[in-house]
Design a protein around this ligand. Structure first.
Ligand code: TRH
Length: 380
């Protein structure tokens, strides 16, 4: 019989919580044949990523995943063989009680906490550690990561082959972009922009407008639009709008499905991403990227940013590493994006080759779903 997996997702904000769990759930079904239930407490967020979903359905199936509303009034459910609480969310008390009961009469569920992604050194030391619970159960910490000894990154089988094929196929890219109403000039630098509110945006957009080469920036609807409007000096923008300033075209896109977003990243020469899942997807795109990190209390995010940079710049020449680091710091700390963008452009060929290399190197690690499955197999 197929092993059963329950994944619990509490949507704290934005799309990362649901983005990661929805991707993982699909992969566990498609590549490992498990029976997967995804419990989500905010179906509205889910619908943004899976537009064919019903925001009101208590239970529905998509891509072989049983998607269930995690309602406040918990309806009893038999615990699965593997139980994943994403991002330290608290499972329903009645479900945990049922896990205790199950452990008395059968093989206990493997209980995992899927943690946040970080490049910090301590991650490999904590990955896979058990945490004994007062009720007698054990919960294991499962950490995604970039280094050996971590749980790796979400990466579907065949993703990079599909990406490479698409990136070599100009007409497939043109057709995809045309579907979004995007018709960039032949010599334009294509940039995607997915970010939180960011005061540094104006400086960057100005540098792009002043550039000698045309730039075409694609902005999916979201939190950064206020700063886009501010720089454009307009009250509002909406999906479909195209604004031209100097050598810069700014085009607002609708929020698309996850696979379409991948294709968008694959089309672009440079991707500004944020949070966790889009950050990883931009790395799989094999193109230079800019990360807007999710702000945490007490500047915890700052250490995360520096830890990733330290790892990522390995293998770059000192000037290229410096330019990239300066750009990422400027973006995350209200710095001077115009100057750092121009300096970064001087190292473009090196940074572009490095992005490919980084992607290949990361792909040598087992992907996160595979690592979870391996962890489960070792446990039974
Ligand atoms: O939305 P994010 O900022 O999400 C999160 C959450 O805030 C979470 O609480 C926090 O812990 C985490 O960041 C670090 O960024 P992220 O992780 O990139 O998630 C966005 C998802 O949306 C990702 O799966 C890609 C997807 N997406 C689309 O499917 N279509 C789109 O058009 C865009 C722009 C994104």
């Amino acid at each position: 019989m197929k092993a059963s997996w329950d994944i619990f997702c509490s949507v704290v904000d934005n799309y990362g919580d649901i983005g990661v769990t929805w991707r993982l759930a699909r992969q566990l079904v498609a590549e490992h044949g498990f029976a997967v239930r995804l419990w989500v407490d905010d179906l509205g967020a889910f619908v943004r990523l899976c537009p064919q979903a019903d925001p009101l359905a208590v239970e529905q199936h998509h891509h072989g995943v049983q998607v269930c509303l995690w309602a406040r009034d918990w309806r009893p459910a038999e615990p699965a063989d593997v139980v994943i609480g994403a991002f330290a969310c608290q499972l329903p008390a009645a479900y945990v009680d049922a896990m205790v009961e199950r452990a008395k009469r059968a093989k206990p569920s493997l209980w995992l906490n899927l943690d946040y992604l970080s490049a910090e050194d301590w991650v490999s030391g904590c990955h896979g550690l058990p945490s004994p619970q007062p009720n007698g159960l054990r919960k294991f910490f499962f950490f995604p990561g970039f280094q050996a000894g971590t749980g790796g990154l979400l990466r579907e089988a065949g993703l990079l082959v599909e990406r490479e094929k698409f990136q070599q196929d100009k007409s497939a890219q043109q057709a995809f972009l045309a579907g979004l109403g995007v018709y960039p000039a032949d010599d334009a630098r294509l940039i995607s922009l997915f970010a939180y509110e960011n005061h540094s945006l104006g400086g960057w957009l100005q540098a792009l407008a002043d550039d000698t080469r045309p730039n075409h920036v694609l902005v999916p609807e979201g939190r950064v639009l206020g700063d886009v409007c501010k720089w454009l000096e307009v009250d509002r923008v909406a999906a479909g709008d195209v604004k031209v300033r100097g050598n810069l075209t700014v085009q607002i896109l609708p929020f698309v499905s996850q696979p379409e977003y991948d294709h968008l990243l694959w089309c672009c020469d440079f991707n500004a991403v944020r949070g966790e899942d889009s950050f990883v997807r931009a790395q799989w795109a094999g193109r230079p990227l800019l990360w807007h990190i999710y702000i945490q209390e007490e500047y915890a995010h700052w250490e995360k940013l520096e830890a990733f940079l330290e790892l990522y710049v390995q293998g770059l020449s000192a000037p290229a590493a410096q330019a990239l680091t300066a750009l990422w710091r400027a973006w995350n700390m209200n710095g001077d994006m115009a100057t750092s963008w121009r300096q970064m452009l001087e190292h473009w060929p090196e940074l572009a080759a490095h992005a490919q290399r980084w992607c290949r190197q990361q792909a040598t690690q087992p992907d996160l779903a595979m690592a979870l499955v391996q962890f489960y197999r070792n446990w039974i």
